[in-house]
Design a protein around this ligand. Structure first.
Ligand SMILES: Nc1ncnc2c1ncn2[C@@H]1O[C@H](COP(=O)(O)OP(=O)(O)OP(=O)(O)O)[C@@H](O)[C@H]1O
Ligand SMILES: [Mg+2]
Length: 473
């Protein structure tokens, strides 16, 4: 074992007493590691606290199946391995990262358990402080993470609930109306069955009905002007044929894509004396068909929204996988609902390069990034402007650029926007975490970059993401 003089040269041990150094000298081993070998391996039981004596080592962590190097050093005295040896709980049980020798290296290996006992006697107060600090840090980290998730959800849930509520209410209303109409049809059926219509007439009527239903399914969308012209025409026709309440029936037929020619056809098959009953019967048909269409539209809108919410949250998906960024961007835009779009006074311009390759990413976390940047853009534009979402290849990285036409970010603000809790918004409106999260997800998690350019009327947030897992960004 090295002499205490050598140990004292390591900054960690510089101020230890002679006995303490002697204890370390007795209990530590010097381990020679050949270039390319692991000194410690991530996930294995954390048995030893290590100090580098000579050579170069690199620290790495597994991210999505790949080892990502986090540090490389040849500084004697750096320590790694069971660095939380002093913690007497399970959280420090395994090595948090791997350390590999890049050149042949020598390290000091101190058995963690014994060192912990000794250390506690040497520095009882330091132990308490370290423990307290670490637990506090963990707690606040997990609180911040929880808060971030809630924030992103909170930003969206208002929009989403509103979006879901509309079609759900519409489907409910349509189903109620449908019940009414079906009851009305049962009455009419009784009348028809009582024998006022001849069998042949009835058959023609049923055929007309099928014809009508087909037209309703493909009814063109009309402008209010067009609709009102057609309603006038049809109302006049009903007047001419003495059909009571014709002016109420006209809009029903017109919105179903039916007009005067269709009524003429009915007249031919039903005859003058039963035309009124026939028209009423057919109006029920048209109405029920329109109501069914409304219900189908509403329910498929709900399914679309639920699909987008699922895509957004990445429920049931692996957290880290190869993704098409456009899917997340689109899901995020849907989640914003009416807040982003013509109803919210904001035009969306999509400038997508659909030929971009898939990239490896934490997809749900990236969706939080899009949410936070778009949320800021929408806030900045305050109800009027253009949101531009652009994707492109930028060198060996994929770029997502989100631009807004808001007032811009003044230089003194720009310096601080990525700081946690920095906000220029009113109390209760902004927490100042949006861009802090963005930065940590893009830079910390994906080894990408966030670039901001801003002048009044043109602010852009560019998110640059590596194309491959070993991205060096
Ligand atoms: N597109 C933008 N235009 C103008 N200012 C912006 C824009 N994006 C961010 N900012 C400025 O950066 C500050 C920090 O943004 P950040 O998203 O981190 O927090 P926040 O929006 O204030 O609050 P939070 O996102 O937590 O609700 C904002 O308060 C705002 O002043
Ligand atoms: Mg924000």
């Amino acid at each position: 074992m090295s002499t205490s003089v050598e140990l004292r040269n390591l900054f960690l041990f510089a101020d230890l007493s002679d006995e303490q150094l002697a204890w370390i000298g007795e209990h530590a081993d010097v381990v020679e590691v050949a270039a390319g070998e692991d000194v410690v391996t991530e996930g294995e039981p954390a048995r030893c606290f290590h100090v580098l004596l000579s050579g170069t080592v690199a620290m790495s962590r597994m991210i999505g199946g790949d080892a990502v190097e986090t540090t490389r050093t040849d500084q004697p005295g750096v320590y790694f391995g069971a660095v939380q040896f002093y913690l007497d709980d399970d959280s420090a049980r395994d090595y948090p990262s791997s350390v590999r020798a890049i050149t042949d290296a020598a390290v000091l290996a101190l058995p963690a358990k014994e060192f912990a006992r000794e250390f506690a006697q040497w520095f009882p107060m330091a132990m308490h402080l370290l423990e307290g600090m670490l637990l506090g840090m963990r707690k606040s980290n997990s609180q911040v993470a929880e808060r971030e998730r809630l924030l992103a959800l909170g930003k969206l849930s208002a929009g989403l609930t509103h979006e879901l509520n509309n079609p759900a209410a519409a489907a409910g209303r349509a189903a109620d109306a449908l019940r009414d109409r079906v009851a009305g049809m049962r009455n009419k059926l009784a009348m028809i069955a009582s024998g006022k219509l001849a069998g042949a007439q009835l058959q023609k009527l049923v055929m007309a009905q099928d014809e009508f239903v087909k037209k309703v399914r493909h009814a063109p969308a009309l402008t209010p002007m067009q609709a009102s012209d057609l309603e006038d025409e049809l109302g006049d026709w009903f007047d001419d044929h003495d059909i009571a309440g014709g002016w109420d029936l006209a809009p029903v037929f017109v919105s179903g894509g039916l007009g005067v020619e269709d009524m003429e056809a009915v007249l031919t098959s039903a005859g003058e004396e039963t035309i009124e009953g026939a028209i009423r019967w057919l109006s029920y048909t048209v109405e029920t068909e329109s109501l069914i269409r409304e219900i189908l539209d509403a329910t498929s809108r709900i399914s679309d929204l639920v699909g987008a919410a699922k895509q957004y949250s990445q429920m049931d998906r692996a957290p880290y996988r190869w993704i098409d960024v456009h899917e997340g961007l689109e899901a995020t835009l849907v989640m914003f609902g009416r807040k982003v779009g013509p109803d919210g006074g904001i035009d969306i311009v999509r400038d997508y390069d659909r030929s971009l390759p898939q990239i490896p990413a934490y997809s749900a976390e990236l969706n939080q990034v899009w949410t936070n940047i778009i949320d800021n853009a929408v806030d900045a534009m305050d109800g009027a402007g253009t949101l531009t979402v652009r994707t492109a290849l930028a060198g060996d990285r994929l770029m997502v650029e989100i631009g807004d036409t808001g007032p811009g970010i003044p230089p003194e603000v720009r310096k601080r926007i990525f700081e946690p809790f920095y906000t220029t918004k009113a109390v209760g409106k902004g927490t100042g975490l949006g861009l802090d999260v963005t930065y940590r997800v893009v830079v910390g998690r994906h080894h990408g970059d966030v670039v901001v350019t801003s002048e009044p009327g043109d602010t852009r947030f560019q998110v640059l993401l590596p194309l491959s897992e070993s991205g060096d960004g």
